[in-house]
Design a binder for this molecule. Structure first.
Ligand code: SF4
Length: 361
């Protein structure tokens, strides 16, 4: 398959590993941001193939939907006459006491969709039901979520609402770099996010903190190229933004996607699961779309939830600890019974270590 097979080709990967080995002269700590990248690194054993001087740590990734957002979705889905729609992987994400699968098993109308526009369609076809889409994710999912709200607004579909938990990557990187404890010297930026947003925000981060950033893809050769580019910059004392994922990412990103996001959403503070509140790191619906904001429609905005105290995910997601440093890893915390965000999500760092780095029983 074009743009896939050649990026999994070991005859291309081996020279890149050798190249990194030739370049590196001292220890470097690199962080990938996206959980999809974490899983590729673990699945293909890239961390174990690199020279020992190159340490990979794992960033906030995809498991960022706060516990309280899941609890809000559960509360809404439990109401009569409500249809809650979301992506399939959200159904198994546990809230404080249950998950959406259990709500569905108990008779709740919880449906899986591949796009938020499917929820708009359901609302259109069922005017007597209140239809809520659980819209979460990075900048990658925001344009489609914005379009769904925009379309519902245009049609006057007042039985449609969105429970939005959108997060933005650059403020999270800035928070990491501002922490006195941070030890990351180079970042692999998420290629899918940059496909939407472009690279300008990363140029500002690289300049402000003198840190090299390479926009990377998701296949093994992508990630090895990105690591090689980072090591080359670090060894040369450079701090620039480079684009390894040029087959998808344009410098300015996807302008129409950015425009629909800006029409429907505005920047807000956002809670990151396991990390806490990061200023101006999220998106919420603009006031003119409040009739479609599920938090307001269903009055769940004040609902709060506490993360389990045993979970060290805040340290894992900042690259300060590895999942295997956690005393609960693989014992009291497993994918079937997760305690924290990085084990909840299939793309979380703890789930990746559980799948690919768990010591034999
Ligand atoms: S293994 Fe579980 S409890 Fe430990 S940091 Fe990861 S998610 Fe949290």
């Amino acid at each position: 398959m074009r743009y896939l097979d050649e990026y999994r080709d070991s005859s291309l990967a081996r020279p890149l590993i050798a190249d990194i080995g030739r370049r590196v002269t001292r220890p470097w700590v690199l962080m990938e941001i996206c959980g999809g990248q974490t899983h590729t690194l673990m699945r293909y054993g890239i961390d174990e193939l690199l020279p020992r001087q190159v340490e990979l740590v794992h960033g906030p990734g995809c498991p960022v939907c706060p516990l309280e957002v899941i609890d809000k979705a559960l509360a809404i889905a439990s109401l009569p006459n409500v249809t809650l729609v979301s992506y399939g992987d959200m159904l198994r994400v546990p809230g404080s006491s249950t998950d959406l699968f259990n709500i569905k098993a108990g008779g709740g109308d919880v449906r899986v969709a591949y796009s938020p526009m499917e929820a708009v369609k359901i609302a259109r076809a069922n005017p007597t039901r209140r239809v809520v889409f659980l819209g979460i994710g990075f900048e990658t999912t925001a344009p489609a979520n914005a379009m769904a709200v925009w379309q519902a607004s245009r049609e006057g579909l007042r039985n449609f609402a969105m429970l939005a938990s959108q997060v933005l990557v650059p403020p999270a990187i800035r928070m990491l770099l501002e922490s006195p404890a941070h030890r990351v010297q180079g970042f692999i930026a998420p290629g899918h996010v940059c496909t939407v947003m472009g690279v300008e925000e990363y140029v500002a981060l690289s300049r402000d903190f003198r840190v090299p950033i390479v926009v990377g893809g998701f296949e093994p050769v992508d990630l090895l190229e990105a690591i090689s580019m980072l090591v080359a910059q670090l060894e040369a004392g450079h701090a620039e933004v480079e684009n390894q994922y040029a087959r998808s990412v344009a410098r300015e990103g996807n302008r129409p996607a950015q425009e629909i996001m800006a029409k429907v959403f505005e920047v807000c503070d956002r809670t990151w699961r396991g990390i806490g509140t990061i200023p101006r790191s999220g998106l919420r619906l603009r006031a003119e779309f409040s009739a479609f904001d599920a938090e307001e429609v269903f009055d769940v905005a004040a609902l709060h939830a506490e993360e389990p105290a045993e979970c060290i995910s805040a340290l894992v997601l900042q690259g300060l600890k590895k999942p295997t440093d956690c005393s609960a890893f693989g014992v009291r915390c497993t994918p079937a019974c997760p305690l924290g965000a990085p084990m909840v999500s299939a793309e979380g760092a703890c789930a990746a270590y559980y799948q690919y780095r768990r010591p034999p029983a």
